[in-house]
Design a protein around this ligand. Sequence first.
Ligand SMILES: *[C@@H]1O[C@H](CO)[C@@H](O)[C@H](O)[C@H]1NC(C)=O
Ligand SMILES: *[C@@H]1O[C@H](CO)[C@@H](O)[C@H](O)[C@H]1NC(C)=O
Ligand SMILES: *[C@@H]1O[C@H](CO)[C@@H](O)[C@H](O)[C@H]1NC(C)=O
Ligand SMILES: *[C@@H]1O[C@H](CO)[C@@H](O)[C@H](O)[C@H]1NC(C)=O
Ligand SMILES: *[C@@H]1O[C@H](CO)[C@@H](O)[C@H](O)[C@H]1NC(C)=O
Ligand SMILES: *[C@@H]1O[C@H](CO)[C@@H](O)[C@H](O)[C@H]1NC(C)=O
Ligand SMILES: *[C@@H]1O[C@H](CO)[C@@H](O)[C@H](O)[C@H]1NC(C)=O
Ligand SMILES: *[C@@H]1O[C@H](CO)[C@@H](O)[C@H](O)[C@H]1NC(C)=O
Length: 442
Amino acid sequence: MLNMRTNSGVLACLTLPLIASSQSITPSISYNGNANTPQMGWDTYNAYGLDYNETIVRTNAQRLTNLGFRDLGYRVVIFDDAMTERQRAENGSLVANAEKFPSGLATLVDELHSDGLLFGVYSSAGKYTCGKYPGSLGYEKTDADWWSSLGADYLKYDNCYNEGLSGTPKLSQDRYAVMSNALNTSNSNFTYSLCNWGDDKPWEWASTIANSARISGDIYDSFLVPSTSCPCGPDEYYCELPGYGCSVLNILGKASYITSKNQPGYWNDLDMLEVGNGGMTTAEYRTHMTMWAAIKSPLIMGNKLDQLSVADYQILTNPAILALSQDPVGSAAQRRVVKQVEPKDEYGFGEVQIWSGQLYGGDYVVIFLNAANDTQDVEVPLWQVFGLITATQAEEDWATYDLWAENVTISAGVASMVLNGTMDLSSSSTNGTLQATTTPPR
Ligand SMILES: *[C@@H]1O[C@H](CO)[C@@H](O)[C@H](O)[C@H]1NC(C)=O
Ligand SMILES: *[C@@H]1O[C@H](CO)[C@@H](O)[C@H](O)[C@H]1NC(C)=O
Ligand SMILES: *[C@@H]1O[C@H](CO)[C@@H](O)[C@H](O)[C@H]1NC(C)=O
Ligand SMILES: *[C@@H]1O[C@H](CO)[C@@H](O)[C@H](O)[C@H]1NC(C)=O
Ligand SMILES: *[C@@H]1O[C@H](CO)[C@@H](O)[C@H](O)[C@H]1NC(C)=O
Ligand SMILES: *[C@@H]1O[C@H](CO)[C@@H](O)[C@H](O)[C@H]1NC(C)=O
Ligand SMILES: *[C@@H]1O[C@H](CO)[C@@H](O)[C@H](O)[C@H]1NC(C)=O
Ligand SMILES: *[C@@H]1O[C@H](CO)[C@@H](O)[C@H](O)[C@H]1NC(C)=O
């Protein structure tokens, strides 16, 4: 039996060397050699919507570098929608938005690349993007070549205005495959990220043409508050009306049914991280971050990097949680137990979930997620926690590590010096400070 007390919203997360032999790495199924671990980066959309420009991109890109995010793996900067003019040029080419990017996109991309960052673009497999800019349906080759000429490394590809070309997996796959081929025959090496909201179950077909696919409606900055704009509940993993106001707990429920589809080279995308946007408590943001890492969702921040709090910075840079995300085995944690408990909160939630998964070197991650509004005592048999356990394994001595222990994350003192610019982590003299001041348990 495992006995555990968890506080409301707080999450215990530990690794146990359970099996002496080392876990073998799952073979990559990457169709193009990319995304053998989940993608990491930053995207304009959650914090700025369509209202961003080169000043905003520069500010955030600089913070990725100076705050040490780049060196932790957050490298791609995604210009999410509204990067172009509203009309194509006469020859059909997309045209960079001159008002937003007065220095020119090429200059901006050069700056990103010389800082060791990657350039991500966005479009829709439809007539228009979701923001009503020109979409790429019918223009796949033209657009892929244009992005490639600008030096793009990454495409996030949406599903708005798709002209009814969805409703069966074949219709969706065929539509998204056209862009996959166009990217492949361009001069660049793109990571290809589908954003079709789980429409037509991309987890069944996207791995042969893409590196990741969204599985739900858009996330919003709430841990559990249900919203009418996200009509399907957490138990409806296949949803005809995905919507856009989906809470962390809602998306987690949907993801729990399809965790086994993740494998190096293809990842179910739970949507961007909301950490830093102010709508959740620190415990809730920690839980959001931990679960996205454990289930191997891409970790794409969607915040304002010049307005991060110390707590949010500690969450986003936790080296143990990032190691969990980027673990070479590439196996997503699975939900083992959902236990309804009292009291229910005002939204009717009151449950404890237990997740576990295998990591490199024979470690396991075990997560107790208390989504009840009260401290809970949990007692569960070991075989339930791990899915399967032998008598010999149960008798072994285990070392356990709390991945949110105070000495694992960067200290608040160093964090505040980095955030207020007193310490710049991008210079070679301070490089490694983040790694050196934190102590991943193993
Ligand atoms: C693209 O880059 C990845 C590394 O991210 C590499 O493994 C792969 O071979 C590259 N693909 C091509 C076609 O160059
Ligand atoms: C970008 O937007 C910010 C905030 O609205 C504004 O202060 C800045 O001048 C803009 N920069 C450009 C190049 O448009
Ligand atoms: C298409 O037209 C635009 C604007 O006139 C021009 O900048 C671009 O080079 C042209 N693209 C091609 C592929 O000819
Ligand atoms: C394009 O596809 C071919 C055949 O699958 C593959 O060998 C090649 O590496 C791909 N190139 C890129 C850039 O993904
Ligand atoms: C949690 O419980 C406290 C009091 O025990 C109450 O004020 C609060 O509204 C509850 N939260 C939710 C989400 O129900
Ligand atoms: C970190 O703190 C835990 C207790 O919270 C302790 O067991 C562990 O030894 C500490 N690790 C280091 C490297 O100081
Ligand atoms: C930055 O933060 C550190 C640590 O909290 C503090 O000692 C220092 O005075 C701050 N510097 C500025 C310029 O705000
Ligand atoms: C800092 O360290 C990282 C990883 O060790 C390395 O990729 C990067 O180039 C280094 N940056 C500088 C400025 O030394």
